[in-house]
Design a protein around this ligand. Structure first.
Ligand code: SIN
Ligand code: CO
Length: 389
């Protein structure tokens, strides 16, 4: 996709303009981002998903039987939905793109962003008045109105320590002031982009309101430092440690002096400043599946010759729903393919093909090592045969 083409998804902005002026900086409302949008899922189907084992679902009741802003977690019994009041509740189902291919297809519209930044598509359903209260999320999100109408009000950027209502299971802002003009009712196909840390409040204005949240992931500094240190730590030899050869006698043996701190600082920085290790760690982190236990590894290793034969007979492998791929070149010919939190070295064009949307068929076998790579990915649960899906 050329980055200088105006995109109707972005209200006529080019990807480059959107990224320069809005992404991570400020909200953008796009009327009619999706023309004639028809929700691929209806409210009953969403409720059905929320009753399934392994699907992450929450129900938020503003005036719940056990108190205000009551949150319950799925899987739900179908009977629950018959007992709810006529208004002021919301059902939220996470990662619907993992279960409904038509929902996953929506993600293709966001190819102007790195795919490994995508997290999932959450879908909410609400009768009139339903909301999750004014709040802040720590991720970028595109809120697509799927069905009915929702009023969105924005309250600007709020600091990390903005007070939240105590004693409830939701992080609802204690104070929420609507910024002038930031108050809209969204219709199906309209879309609102919000950067992280931006206060927002969306309230259903219709009998059946469904909102699709296309959310993005970005590890916090806390998560990144901890996880990178773990990754690096496993690869460091025990002999690499604090060393103070050639030091001068301490002025006071109890003092932690500047020289000691400097030695420790250098030791730590020397282990961190290794670009290839950084790439190996980052690729693994950003391709970690959202739900690790949804990957189903093979019981026994795949026979590579059998896999080749099946591909040559015209069978196709599919990327498992929820599986995540990325690649990084190692040199002009080879790359690391990252798949579901693992990294495998292979031919560069092969890594690109597997991480793309292209079909995984016999044509791939033209690349050296393709059969072994595909077998390894199949055994890890990242790929499946088309008819197994
Ligand atoms: C919703 O869809 O009800 C809430 C989405 C959000 O505010 O992040
Ligand atoms: Co939100």
């Amino acid at each position: 996709m050329p980055s200088d083409a105006p995109l109707s998804l972005l209200g006529g902005l080019t990807a480059a303009e959107f990224l320069r002026d809005y992404w991570q900086r400020k909200p953008l409302l796009i009327r009619g981002a999706f023309v004639d949008f028809e929700s691929p899922l209806d409210p009953d189907e969403l409720a059905g998903l929320a009753c399934e084992e392994g699907v992450e679902a929450r129900l938020v009741e503003e005036d719940g039987p056990d108190g205000p802003w009551q949150v319950s977690h799925g899987p739900f019994d179908e009977a629950v939905f018959g007992e709810l009041p006529e208004r002021d509740w919301t059902l939220l189902v996470q990662a619907v793109d993992h279960y409904v291919p038509e929902v996953a297809e929506l993600l293709e519209h966001f190819d102007f962003l790195p795919r490994w930044r995508l997290d999932d598509i959450m879908i909410s359903y609400a009768p009139p008045g339903g909301s999750v209260g004014p709040h802040v999320d720590q991720y970028d999100v595109f809120l697509i109105q799927g069905l009915g109408r929702r009023r969105w009000q924005l309250g600007g950027r709020v600091p990390d320590d903005a007070p939240i209502i105590p004693g409830i299971d939701l992080r609802i802002l204690e104070r929420f002031t609507v910024a002038a003009g930031d108050d809209w009712v969204l219709e199906p196909g309209d879309m609102l982009y919000l950067p992280p840390g931006w206060a927002h409040h969306g309230v259903s204005q219709s009998d059946d309101c469904m909102t699709y949240s296309v959310g993005f992931r970005a590890p916090s500094a806390d998560e990144a430092v901890t996880s990178f240190a773990d990754f690096i730590g496993e690869r460091l030899p025990p002999s690499l440690r604090y060393a103070d050869a050639g030091m001068t006698p301490p002025a006071d043996p109890a003092e932690l002096d500047d020289a000691a701190l400097e030695r420790m600082r250098r030791l730590i920085l020397s282990t961190l400043d290794e670009p290839s290790q950084l790439a190996q760690w980052f690729g693994r982190v950003m391709t970690q599946p959202k739900y690790v236990d949804q990957l189903v590894p093979s019981d026994t290793p795949t026979d590579v010759d059998e896999l080749v034969a099946l591909l040559q007979e015209g069978e196709e492998l599919l990327r498992s729903p929820g599986s995540r791929f990325a690649w990084r070149a190692l040199d002009d010919e080879t790359a690391t393919l990252f798949a579901d939190g693992d990294g495998i070295a292979c031919a560069l064009p092969l890594a690109r093909a597997v991480a793309s949307d292209e079909p995984l068929d016999a044509e791939l076998l033209a690349h050296e090592g393709a059969a072994e790579l595909l077998a390894a990915l199949y055994d890890a649960g990242s790929l499946a045969w088309a008819e197994e899906e």
